[in-house]
Design a binder for this molecule. Structure first.
Ligand code: OTU
Length: 713
C-alpha cells in the first residue's frame, strides 16, 4: 500500500505506476486498444492534480491510494459507457482544446420552461437563437426538482432524471443532437453543494440510515450552529434566515446555506465525493459540453470563517476536474462563484501555482463595475478595479455577462472604492438605491433584493433593460415608474419612503461632479411609456444597454445574454402572482419569454427591433476579431476622460483592438495618443454606436452612452 503523505510526489509516482499496472489491462479491454491507451495517457496527465488534492482533503480520514483507485474505477466505468458520438467529440477536443475560446462564441441563458415550455418546445425555437448568433446555450436547472418551492430548480431530487414537466432524458438527448448540428454548445447545471431534502440520500438519512446521515452536516443541538453563525453571512436573510434547519427526523440541525429544503452535502466525507463524482460523470455522459458547478464557493465549511472560498473548495473542484477529464475529456467546467474580486480568478486555476480547475467562470466583477459606471457616469472605479485583477490563465475563459437569473450583489472592494476617493459601503448602498429607483434622478427601475438591516447590505433585482431605464416593452408601463410599485410585492415596498433613499449622498456620484448622477432628469425615465414598445423616449436607455453589452462582447470571454435582454424586455411586473415565487423578487427578472416582442425584432421602429438588431450586430462584429477570443489579454488603459472606459485586447496572432465606452449623457472624447499607446497607429473602425469613427482635433469622439471598437491598419 502506498502512503501518499510520507513523501508526496515520489509516492504519487509510485501510485501512478501501480494504477497503470492494474487499470491498464482493464482499460484496454473495456475501451479498446486505442481508447484504452488514451485513457492511460490522461491518467498520467491528471494524476498529480487528482492525488494531491485528495490527499490533503481526505488523507487523514482514509487511505488516499485506495480512494484514488476507487475513483479511477468510477471514471473507467463512465468512460466505458460513454456514448459513441461523445467519444468522437472528445477526440476532436483533445486535438482542439481551444474550441470554446473562439471569438465566434456567443452565449444565451434561459429557463427551458420560460423560453420554450418544454425541452421539445426549446427545440422548436432554435432558429431564433441561430438568428441571434448564439453558439452556446445555458439551459437553467432542468433535472427533477422538488414540487413546491424549489429555488428555480436548484433543489434537485433526482440527478438521473429530467424534470417531468420539461420532458425526459430522451428529449434532452434529442435537443442535444439538434444543438450539435447547429454548432451550439450546451451547458447544464450541476447543483453539487446541496440536494433537495426529498432526494433519496436525504430521505435515507431522515429514515435513520447512518451511511446517508453522514452525507449531510447534522448537529445534535445549537452549540456548533451558533458558533458557525457568528461568522456566517446569510444568503437569503429575508426569506431563509440562518444557515441551519431543525429536522426532527434527524434529531438535530442540518446545515442549509440556502433554503430549509436545500441540505448542504458534507464534503469532508469521501463517500460524498465519490457519490457526486458518479453523478457528475453520468451527467457528463449526457450533456456534451459544459457543466455549470452551482454555488462552488460554499462546498467546504470552516469554523470562524464565512465558509466560502475555502482552499478545500478549490481542491475539490481540482480533483473533480482531473477525474472528469479522465472519463469525459471533452466536457468543460464552469464555476458559478459570484464572489469578491480577489477570490474570483482562482476558480480558473490561478493560484500561486497554477492547477487546472474550471475552464470558465462568471466575471461578476466586470458586471458589477459596468453597472457602477452607468450609475455614477464615471469609469474610474471600473478601470482601477479591473486593472488590478489577476489575468485568467491562457487556457481558460471568462463568461462575461450583464446580468443573470440571480440578484446583483454589489461586490465592490473597499480598497478599490478608496482608490478613487469613495467610501465602499456608501457606494454599495448608493448602487442598491440607484437601481431600485430610490435615488433622485435615477433612470433605473429595479428593486432591492434581501436588504439586510443588520449589515446594511442590499442587492438588486431587475431586468437589464429596466436597470438601463428602458420603459417601453415593460408591461406595467407608467405604474412601474412609481418606486413604491417597482419594489412590488416585496416587503420592502415601503422602503421607498426610507429617508436614506433621499439622504444617502453617494460620494462617488458627487465626486464625479457629474450632474447626471445627482439629479438630472433622464429622457428615458420621464418620457411616457409606450405599450406598443416603440422607441420614443427610450433612445438613451437603448444606447446604455448596447454600450454595456459592447463591453460584455469585447472584454474577452464568452459573452452570455440572459433571455429577454436581446429584446430589451422589461421587468415581469406579475412575478409575485405565482405563490411559489411570491417571496423571491428575483422573479422580477425571470419573465416568460415574450414571443410577441420577439416577432417585432425585425422592426427597427420598436424597442425589440432596436435592441435585437444592435446585439446581433455585436455578435457579428465580434466573430471576425481574433483579438477578442478568450486566451488573449485585456489591458485596461487610463484615458484622459473619466467618463470613458478604455481597454486594449490583444492575442498573440492578431492586431490590437481598442475598445471605448462612454458612460455619460454627453459627447466625450479621448486623446488619439491612447490609441497609439495601444499600438494603433492608423485607426480603423471595427464597430461602434454610430457605425463610423468620429475623429477630429487629435481625438476620438464618442456620443452619449456610446462605444467604439477600433483596430489598426
Ligand atoms: C446559485 O446562486 C444559483 O444561481 C441560485 O439561483 C441559487 O438560488 C443558489 O445558487 C442555490 O442553489 O447565493 O444569491 O457565489 O452567489 O451560488 C445566489 C455563488 C447565490 C453564489 C451563488 C448562489
Amino acid at each position: 500500500m502506498v502512503d501518499i503523505r510520507s513523501s508526496s510526489r515520489q509516492a504519487a509516482a509510485l501510485l501512478l505506476r501501480e494504477l497503470v499496472e492494474t487499470v491498464g489491462p482493464l482499460a484496454r479491454a473495456r475501451l479498446g486498444a486505442l481508447e484504452g491507451e488514451a485513457f492511460l495517457a490522461r491518467l498520467e496527465q491528471v494524476h498529480l492534480d487528482v492525488v494531491e488534492p485528495l490527499d490533503v482533503l481526505y488523507g487523514t480520514r482514509t487511505d488516499t491510494a485506495e480512494l484514488v483507485r476507487g475513483l479511477v474505477d468510477v471514471a473507467l466505468d463512465a468512460a466505458a459507457v460513454r456514448p459513441w458520438p461523445l467519444r468522437v467529440l472528445d477526440r476532436r477536443r483533445e486535438v482542439d482544446p481551444a474550441w470554446f475560446q473562439r471569438a465566434g462564441m456567443v452565449g444565451y441563458a434561459c429557463y427551458a420552461d420560460r423560453f420554450g415550455g418544454t425541452l421539445a418546445g426549446v427545440r422548436e425555437r432554435l432558429d431564433y437563437l441561430t438568428e441571434l448568433g448564439v453558439t452556446y446555450l445555458h439551459l437553467m436547472p432542468l433535472l427533477a426538482t422538488r414540487t413546491g418551492p424549489n429555488d428555480g430548480g436548484y433543489a434537485v431530487v433526482d440527478y438521473d432524471a429530467v424534470d417531468p414537466r420539461l420532458g425526459t432524458m430522451g428529449d434532452l438527448e434529442a435537443l442535444g443532437a439538434d444543438l450539435r448540428d447547429r454548432g451550439i454548445a450546451l451547458c447544464v447545471d450541476l447543483v453539487l453543494n446541496h440536494t433537495a431534502r426529498e432526494h433519496r440520500w436525504a430521505r435515507l438519512a431522515a429514515a435513520g440510515d447512518p451511511e446517508h446521515r453522514d452525507f449531510y452536516l447534522v448537529f445534535p443541538d445549537r452549540a456548533l450552529p451558533d458558533a458557525y453563525e457568528r461568522t456566517l453571512p446569510e444568503v437569503f436573510p429575508d426569506t431563509a434566515p440562518g444557515s441551519f434547519t431543525r429536522v426532527p427526523e434527524l434529531g438535530g440541525w442540518v446545515w442549509t446555506t440556502f433554503h430549509d429544503y436545500q441540505w448542504d452535502l458534507d464534503y469532508t466525507n469521501p463517500a460524498v465525493f465519490t457519490a457526486m463524482l458518479r453523478t457528475m460523470l453520468d451527467l457528463a455522459n449526457r450533456v456534451r459540453d459544459v457543466l455549470r458547478l452551482d454555488a462552488v464557493p460554499f462546498l467546504w465549511k470552516r469554523m470562524g470563517t464565512d465558509c466560502q472560498n475555502q482552499p478545500e473548495a478549490h481542491l475539490l473542484v481540482q480533483a473533480y476536474r482531473g477525474l472528469t477529464r479522465l472519463a469525459a475529456p471533452g466536457v468543460l467546467f464552469k464555476a458559478e462563484a459570484i464572489v469578491a474580486p480577489d477570490m474570483l480568478v482562482q476558480y480558473l486555476g490561478a493560484h500561486d501555482r497554477y492547477r487546472p480547475e474550471c475552464d470558465l467562470a462568471y466575471h461578476n466583477q466586470l458586471m458589477v463595475l459596468l453597472w457602477s459606471s452607468l450609475a455614477t457616469r464615471d469609469a474610474r472605479l471600473a478601470a482601477r478595479a479591473l486593472s488590478r485583477l489577476r489575468p485568467a490563465p491562457a487556457t481558460t475563459g471568462w463568461v462575461t455577462y450583464l446580468r443573470c437569473h440571480d440578484d446583483i450583489g454589489w461586490a465592490v472592494a473597499d480598497s478599490d472604492a478608496a482608490a478613487v476617493g469613495w467610501h465602499g459601503s456608501d457606494h454599495r448602498r448608493f448602487l442598491a438605491d440607484f437601481y431600485a429607483g430610490r435615488y433622485p434622478g435615477s433612470f433605473a427601475r429595479g428593486a432591492v433584493f434581501q436588504e439586510n438591516e443588520a449589515t446594511g447590505d442590499a442587492r438588486t433585482s431587475g431586468m437589464a433593460a429596466a436597470l438601463c431605464g428602458i420603459a417601453a416593452g415593460n408591461p406595467a408601463g407608467d405604474a412601474a415608474r412609481d418606486p413604491g410599485v417597482t419594489a412590488a410585492g416585496g416587503p420592502r415596498a415601503t422602503a421607498a419612503a426610507d429617508p436614506r433613499a433621499t439622504a444617502a449622498a453617494d460620494p462617488g456620484a458627487t465626486a464625479a461632479g457629474d450632474p447626471g448622477a445627482t439629479g438630472a432628469a433622464d429622457p428615458g425615465g420621464t418620457a411616457a411609456a409606450d405599450p406598443a414598445g416603440t422607441v420614443a423616449g427610450d433612445a438613451a436607455g437603448i444606447d446604455r444597454l448596447e454600450t454595456l453589452y459592447s463591453v460584455v462582447f469585447s472584454y474577452g470571454g464568452i459573452p452570455v445574454l440572459w433571455m429577454g435582454d436581446e429584446l430589451g424586455l422589461g421587468n415581469d411586473e406579475r412575478w409575485a402572482e405565482d405563490p411559489l415565487h411570491a417571496d423571491d423578487n428575483r422573479w422580477l427578472h425571470r419573465p416568460p419569454m415574450d414571443w410577441a416582442a420577439a416577432a417585432r425584432r425585425t422592426d427597427p421602429g420598436t424597442v425589440a427591433g432596436q435592441v435585437f438588431g444592435r446585439l446581433r450586430a455585436l455578435a457579428e462584429a465580434r466573430k471576425g476579431q481574433l483579438a477578442l477570443r478568450s486566451g488573449g489579454e485585456t489591458t485596461v488603459l487610463v484615458p484622459d476622460d473619466p467618463h470613458v472606459l478604455a481597454y486594449r485586447r490583444r492575442h498573440q496572432r492578431s492586431a490590437p483592438l481598442l475598445a471605448l465606452a462612454n458612460f455619460s449623457d454627453d459627447w466625450q472624447s479621448v486623446d488619439l495618443g491612447l490609441a497609439a499607446a495601444a499600438g494603433i497607429r492608423e485607426p480603423v473602425h471595427v464597430h461602434s454606436t454610430r457605425r463610423r469613427l468620429d475623429l477630429g482635433e487629435g481625438r476620438i469622439h464618442l456620443p452619449a452612452w456610446g462605444f467604439a471598437w477600433i483596430t489598426t491598419r
